[in-house]
Design a protein around this ligand. Structure first.
Ligand SMILES: Nc1ncnc2c1ncn2[C@@H]1O[C@H](COP(=O)(O)OP(=O)(O)OP(=O)(O)O)[C@@H](O)[C@H]1O
Length: 247
């Protein structure tokens, strides 16, 4: 008899709790005893009302913030017990971030900014991937411009391309379409969805937008720091209904 076990999770948490200002007279329990496994190659949306703990959970899962108690995993690495230096290494080797801050280098062109992480790591640029990402994000015409010659939305797209060009195993995206026009936002969501299906990248995205969540194959709903719903194949209507009931 062959016993097949589930493949190890790409990342996840076990009884993770994050308390801000724990020693004050007003501690804030931002994430409350969350245990979740994220399957490799899946695309997960994290939704919930403002202040429900979405960003905090994602930051702890990504190793950008430490849990107060419990564990956060990237693959087999337990970020809660690893020394900071090794957490940084796991992040660098396995994780990509699509956040709203750009941090582009002003003296480099858009193209040079995008490939910088690869050059710093001494890795080759995959020209086909570079082309596919920059085409998806509509950056083709802008690649030789410096950040100061780009609009805010274009700068954000350059930062997104930079996060994806290393083809990270796990991509964390915090409201990635927030500052994009709807056409570019849709192109980015389609790219992320394809990256999970075709390249086995694991995508975790915080979003307020039920239409964006519909690109994911799973949606976790947070309320007061706890997961209150776990929806397979979310649709915009379903998510709107669930969020509506939460107020
Ligand atoms: N650095 C901090 N110090 C103290 N409290 C914090 C800190 N960061 C977040 N919080 C609190 O933790 C709770 C969860 O915040 P978090 O930003 O994770 O929520 P969110 O669901 O991402 O919210 P939003 O949708 O508004 O971005 C909130 O009550 C927030 O006020």
């Amino acid at each position: 008899m062959t016993v097949t076990s589930a493949p190890p999770a790409a990342c996840g948490t076990q009884n993770l709790t994050k308390v801000y200002a724990p020693d004050s007279d007003r501690p804030v329990v931002a994430v409350n005893d969350v245990s979740v496994e994220i399957r490799p190659g899946s695309f997960t949306a994290i939704m919930g009302p403002s202040g429900s703990g979405k960003s905090t959970l994602m930051h702890c899962m990504a190793g950008l913030d430490r849990a107060t108690s419990g564990d956060a995993f990237i693959g087999s690495h337990n970020l809660s017990t690893l020394p900071e230096k090794q957490v940084t290494r796991v992040r660098r080797d396995k994780v990509g971030f699509v956040f709203q801050s750009f941090n582009l280098l002003p003296t480099l062109t858009a193209a040079q900014n995008i490939v910088l992480p690869l050059e710093l790591a001494g890795r080759k640029v995959d020209r086909q991937l570079f082309q596919s990402i920059t085409d998806s994000l509509g950056l083709g015409e802008r690649l030789s411009h410096r950040p100061s010659q780009l609009s805010g939305g274009q700068q954000q797209r350059v930062a997104i391309a930079r996060a994806l060009v290393t083809r990270p195993e796990v991509v964390f995206a915090d409201e990635p379409t927030g500052a994009l026009d709807s056409r570019t936002g849709t192109a980015l969501l389609e790219y992320l969805s394809r990256a999970s299906r075709e390249q086995d990248q694991t995508i975790i995205m915080v979003t307020h937008d039920p239409k964006a969540a519909a690109y994911a194959d799973r949606a976790l709903v947070l309320l007061d720091g706890s997961i209150v719903d776990d929806v397979a194949e979310p649709t915009a209507e379903r998510m709107l209904g669930i969020l509506g009931k939460l107020g």
